[in-house]
Ligand binder design. Structure first.
Ligand SMILES: *[C@@H]1O[C@H](CO)[C@@H](O)[C@H](O)[C@H]1NC(C)=O
Ligand SMILES: *[C@@H]1O[C@H](CO)[C@@H](O)[C@H](O)[C@H]1NC(C)=O
Ligand SMILES: *[C@@H]1O[C@H](CO)[C@@H](O)[C@H](O)[C@H]1NC(C)=O
Length: 331
């Protein structure tokens, strides 16, 4: 009698410990410090003042020049968002080429286009990163934690000003029933989601394409604490729009999108996209490209040859709006 009572108690204690452990495991990612400056932040209306700097970050690892799509993406940042600074974070020793040269010929008096040398992260929490894509996934979180601003993938276009999202701690594209998109992130550098997201790389899955970038932060953090971000379900265009972009049906509503992810590396996107091809391309992507190139000022002239400049010798200090420590290549 005594004995079974003790066993019963022991069993109960063990169950309690396991339950508590699971509970803590579950809560591990979301421990919002109550003293944080964004504690109780209103993710629906944001705040009246602008709290995210008008700075755009591109991360181009493992390439020393721009292809047409990344050129168009940078052009859309310059022409549509008109930021104070566009940073190209590059790990190339030498950067340049045709489209980079074309960008230099254009005049954006209110924007600095800054090539910033940034070594590619090789590890995350001691674990080797398995690809240049995962390195860029990690680096975008780090860049936003350093500076804040707008991170955008070089295969994503800005079609409308993102200024209205600069009133939020952080805004992300997160379609209903899908994982969050990482192609466009608008964030204050102290946004609570950023360190939680980075920290979730302690459970790094090197072979999974989108586990740490999208699946884990959605399931482990945002599903539990959706107040951490301003959710944009559709108008960031992070869901699959390939049929609209490259199909032959008209899609004039693209003008309502703030950004659109082009999925340009995969069919049905045409595989030889350049300035000559888009002149006559009839799908909606052709309309977007011509609008960005020729409708918005300044119109883009295409010269013949490109040249290269050295970036590695430049020790760029980023986040330097107003201040001027370090050197940067500023055009
Ligand atoms: C640059 O900024 C100035 C002052 O705010 C403004 O008057 C001018 O129109 C801007 N130029 C362009 C090309 O946006
Ligand atoms: C704001 O956060 C709540 C949870 O507090 C969430 O249900 C809602 O979807 C969020 N709204 C937006 C616009 O992100
Ligand atoms: C860049 O400059 C910073 C401080 O000015 C220095 O700590 C850092 O080591 C330099 N990096 C390189 C790659 O020279």
């Amino acid at each position: 009698m005594r004995r079974s009572y003790i066993w019963c108690l022991a069993g109960f204690v063990i169950v309690c410990i396991i339950w508590l452990h699971l509970l803590l495991e579950n809560l591990k990612f979301v421990i919002p410090p109550t003293k944080h400056k964004f504690f109780n932040f209103d993710n629906v209306t944001g705040v009246e003042e602008i709290i995210v700097p008008n700075v755009i970050h591109f991360i181009l690892f493992g390439q020393n020049s721009l292809d047409f799509v990344s050129f168009l993406s940078i052009l859309s940042a310059l022409k549509v968002q008109q930021p104070e600074i566009v940073y190209i974070h590059s790990d190339a020793e030498k950067f340049g080429g045709h489209y980079w040269t074309v960008l230099q010929t254009l005049s954006f008096p209110n924007t600095s286009l800054v090539l910033s040398y940034r070594p590619r992260p090789t590890h995350v929490f001691g674990q080797p990163l398995s690809s240049v894509y995962h390195a860029s996934d990690v680096a975008r979180i780090q860049v936003l934690m350093e500076c804040g601003g707008i991170y955008i993938d070089a295969d994503t276009l800005i079609l409308r000003s993102l200024n209205r999202f600069r009133h939020f701690e952080m805004a992300v594209g997160w379609p209903q029933g899908e994982y969050m998109g990482t192609q466009i992130l608008v964030a204050h550098k102290e946004a609570r989601f950023l360190p939680l997201w980075l920290n979730s790389y302690r459970h790094y899955h090197p072979r999974d394409w989108y586990y740490n970038a999208g699946q884990q932060p959605t399931e482990q953090i945002l599903d539990k604490a959706p107040y951490l971000v301003h959710r944009v379900p559709g108008l960031f265009g992070v869901h699959n729009l390939a049929a609209r972009l490259y199909g032959l049906n008209p899609w004039p509503q693209w003008h309502r999108m703030f950004t659109v992810h082009l999925l340009s590396r995969h069919a049905p996107a045409p595989q030889k996209l350049d300035e000559k091809f888009v002149i006559h391309y009839r799908a909606p992507f052709g309309d977007m490209a011509r609008w960005l190139l020729y409708k918005l000022e300044p119109k883009v002239p295409f010269p013949q040859a490109g040249h290269y400049i050295y970036s590695k010798s430049m020790n760029t200090s980023i986040c330097s709006i107003g201040g001027s420590s370090g050197t940067a290549i500023i055009y």
